[in-house]
Design a protein around this ligand. Structure first.
Ligand SMILES: *Cc1c(COP(=O)(O)O)cnc(C)c1O
Length: 465
């Protein structure tokens, strides 16, 4: 496809943006000085900016564009729905056909314990719903003491009060005096960064047993739930050692606490299974979903509610005083339905498991040979490269943390590839429709980006002798 011509007055747009728009997760002062990057068009796995530059969208938007950009079928489904019924709510015993159809479809696609969904607008709203649902569940069960929810340091569960609190991002906690009371955090299963002298399997067990230690310390009668992402996304694509999830499963069963698997990234094929829980063989009681549910075409999320939890509400609950104006918005449901139909028809989940997943993983893992890379990991279509100053020594990191990652990310942009930097690791999570040729381009551009970054660091004397 030819590059789009520069139809946009970039400088003018940047000035108006800086004058009036406060961006999420952005240093507003720095943005005003540097100007934002303006994306104007997207098709398949390709993005075009206002200057006509093209980028391979290695992050699927923000981990969400499973079916790729520009799918007319979804656009038309939304158009048809809005022409028929633009909006009506789902409060007070009312509904509409797209909400019914999507709820049924989700019950079909999710693991067998899930037969019901609570619709929300985003992953953050899903986790706020989880927060209230967990506590209400234990009230209904006559165990109202069980109010503590355990999450993990460096976990990510969104940016609202509950999402930020359940998550373990210290920089986020520092703004707004969070977490709220009743949330406790344990260590993450991040072997490369925190595994010390332990083997990955030993460390996986240790990290899982941190949950048991926390429960015993808090008091088992006070703990209501454990929340975790099957693979941590925003924390840096932390793929837990094989020993981790089986041990977590043992512990949540032993103490009868609810297991919440935050599937906002891992859901909808990212790991080569419909849900990350299936990849790891875990049986959650609640599953927040969003992102890939609609491939980002319109904002929609949900909480999948297991029979265990749903039955408590149905048999003992009365009214749950909770909901959002846009819970189950008809146009968003129509986008999600069309998205899921494409995923099924094009067998995208199977494709990640047995075709493009293994293809990209092999090439990605070979990047571990690069002198700047301490570890190259990937599961399904989500991966990370750990950048290190002294290859072979996991204990040595760049200081200050994050500068090299940011440098590498900017170089990557200039090389026509969107990667994300988390600390000093580079993250990719491309659309599930990525072709073999596009995977080759992704790896070539990553290789060039690593080379360019390495040369820049060498020039500045920032590498170990
Ligand atoms: C992105 C994300 C969220 C928050 O979703 P939003 O739609 O941004 O509110 C929650 N949990 C996980 C695991 C996420 O990656």
């Amino acid at each position: 496809m030819p590059a789009h011509s520069n139809l946009y007055p970039t400088k003018d747009l940047q000035a108006r943006d800086a004058a009036h728009h406060i961006h999420p997760f952005t240093d507003t002062g720095a943005l005003s000085r540097e100007g934002s990057r303006i994306i104007t068009h997207a098709e398949g796995v390709w993005l075009t900016d206002s200057d006509g530059n093209r980028y391979l969208d290695g992050m699927a938007g923000l981990w969400c564009s499973q079916v790729g950009h520009g799918r007319k079928e979804i656009v038309e489904a939304v158009h048809a729905q809005m022409s028929e019924l633009d909006y009506y709510n789902t409060f007070f015993k009312t509904t509409h056909p797209p909400a019914i159809e999507l709820a049924e479809k989700l019950a079909e696609l999710t693991p067998p314990q899930f037969n019901r969904v609570f619709f929300v607008g985003s992953g953050s709203e899903a986790n706020d719903t989880v927060f209230r649902m967990v506590r209400t569940y234990w009230d209904l069960m006559g165990e109202g003491e069980r109010k503590v929810i355990i999450g993990r340091w460096n976990g990510y569960h969104g940016s609202t009060l509950a999402g930020t609190s359940l998550g373990g991002m210290k920089a986020m906690h520092s703004q707004g005096d969070l977490p709220v009371p009743g949330v406790h955090h344990i260590a993450q299963p991040y072997w490369f960064g925190e595994g010390g002298d332990m083997s990955p399997d030993e460390f996986g067990l240790w990290a899982a047993r941190e949950l048991e230690r926390a429960i015993e310390e808090i008091g088992p009668e006070k703990v209501g739930a454990f929340i975790a992402e099957p693979v941590q996304g925003a924390g840096g694509v932390i793929i837990p050692p094989d020993t981790y999830w089986p041990e977590i499963s043992r512990i949540v069963k032993k103490y009868n606490i609810l297991l919440v698997a935050d599937e906002v990234i891992c859901g909808f094929g990212r790991l080569g299974t419909w849900f990350g829980s299936e990849y790891y063989g875990i049986e959650p009681d609640l599953m927040p979903i969003a992102k890939g549910l609609s491939s980002g075409y319109l904002p929609i999320g949900g909480v999948m509610v297991s029979d265990r939890v749903a039955n408590a509400f149905i048999e003992r609950g009365g009214e749950f005083f909770h909901g959002y104006t846009y819970s189950g918005h008809p146009a968003c449901c129509a986008a999600a339905i069309a998205n899921l139909e494409i995923m099924q028809r094009e067998k995208l989940v199977e494709r990640v498991a047995s075709d493009i997943g293994p293809y990209l993983q092999a090439k990605w893992k070979a990047l571990a040979e690069h002198p700047l890379v301490g570890e190259a990991r990937m599961v399904g279509l989500v991966g990370a490269l750990e950048l290190v100053p002294a290859k072979g020594d996991r204990r040595k990191a760049f200081a200050p943390v994050g500068e090299v990652g940011t440098l590498c990310r900017d170089i990557s942009f200039n090389n026509g590839l969107v990667m994300r930097a988390v600390r000093d690791s580079m993250i990719i999570s491309p659309p599930l429709v990525l072709s073999h040729d596009e995977a080759d381009i992704l790896v070539e551009r990553t290789q060039k980006t690593l080379d360019d970054t390495y040369q820049a660091l060498k020039r500045d004397g920032r590498l170990a002798a």
